[in-house]
Design a protein around this ligand. Structure first.
Ligand SMILES: NC(=O)c1ccc[n+]([C@@H]2O[C@H](COP(=O)([O-])OP(=O)(O)OC[C@H]3O[C@@H](n4cnc5c(N)ncnc54)[C@H](OP(=O)(O)O)[C@@H]3O)[C@@H](O)[C@H]2O)c1
Length: 266
């Protein structure tokens, strides 16, 4: 693969996470990173200082010299950006990270034969620990897939899916971290209820969740790990009984379905 010139349209949190990951894991494969936004001058200055990237408010002049264009602007901005971008493209690989904007939307709004892909990361991309889903467009080749893997590597782990699968699974990989954080918030509140200071309560709960997540990562068997903690008829079993009485599984399923209904505009 030749060294890549990567142009970012959008310079927010996700763009920064990808830039940071790229420089950490694949610097030798990068010719230049160009980052653009519409308004926020201070943000571009900071990114330039921190990562040594080129910055601009006008990405249009940079398209001709780019190999891959990463759309990191909000989903609602995509239609206009794609309309404008179409006039400048000469075969560049176009990748979006926007929620809900799959390869078929990109192909519909870009010139015929444009190679495209869609990445759905989550916020853990900022520390290189995302599980990112991705789908390739119909004109993307194996070479494009290599370029995509270069972008993905710095964000964490990844899995190829169909476009439809990504629409459904984003509730789990993208939104469920918020469910997990809410669980943490409730545990911290319970801990404080027993007289713990806020900081001590947070430290205690966070280390418990971190240790449990590492155990899960190592063993890969949540049911087995749950059973290890749960003596039949014991105290933990009594707590889990409350989850069962309130149909915890149904609550999780309903939350996933509600997220998907909203994301798919139903
Ligand atoms: N955050 C997440 O957890 C997450 C996860 C998966 C996917 N995503 C997707 O990642 C994308 C970016 O999210 P983010 O969290 O990084 O958002 P963000 O921090 O709000 O950044 C959005 C960036 O887009 C720029 N922008 C807005 N309108 C633009 C336009 N018309 N042309 C060019 N640049 C424009 C903004 O700068 P100016 O306002 O200065 O133009 C800003 O730099 C979104 O599409 C989102 O769906 C985010």
């Amino acid at each position: 693969m030749k060294k890549q010139r990567v142009l970012f349209i959008g310079a927010g949190r996700m763009a920064e996470a990808i830039v940071a990951g790229l420089l950490e894991t694949n610097k030798s494969k990068i010719e230049e990173i160009i980052v653009s936004n519409q308004r926020d001058e201070q943000r571009l200055k900071r990114l330039k200082q921190k990562y040594g990237v080129t910055t601009t408010h006008d990405w249009r002049f940079e398209v001709a010299n780019s190999d891959v264009i990463v759309l990191a602007a909000p989903p609602a901005a995509h239609q206009n950006i794609l309309g404008e971008l179409s006039g400048f493209l000469t075969g560049q690989f176009v990748v979006t990270i926007a929620a809900g904007i799959g390869p078929s939307f990109l192909e519909e709004h870009l010139p015929l034969h444009t190679p495209v892909a869609w990445i759905m990361p989550n916020t853990a991309a900022a520390i290189g620990q995302s599980i990112s889903l991705y789908a390739m467009g119909s004109f993307a080749t194996e070479e494009h897939k290599k370029v995509l893997h270069m972008l993905l590597k710095g964000m964490g782990e990844s899995q190829q899916c169909t476009e439809e699968e990504i629409h459904h699974l984003t509730a789990i990989t993208g939104s469920a971290p918020a469910f997990f954080y809410q669980f943490a918030e409730h545990l911290i509140e319970s801990t404080k209820g027993y007289g713990m200071e806020e900081k001590a309560a947070r430290d205690l709960v966070i280390q418990m969740l971190y240790g449990s997540a590492l155990m899960l990562k190592k063993e890969k068997e949540p049911a087995m790990l749950r059973e290890q903690v749960t003596t039949p008829g014991g105290a933990t079993a009594e707590g889990l009984k409350v989850f069962a009485e309130h149909r915890f599984g149904d609550i999780v399923q309903k939350a996933i379905e509600a997220t998907n209904r909203k994301a798919l505009g139903k």
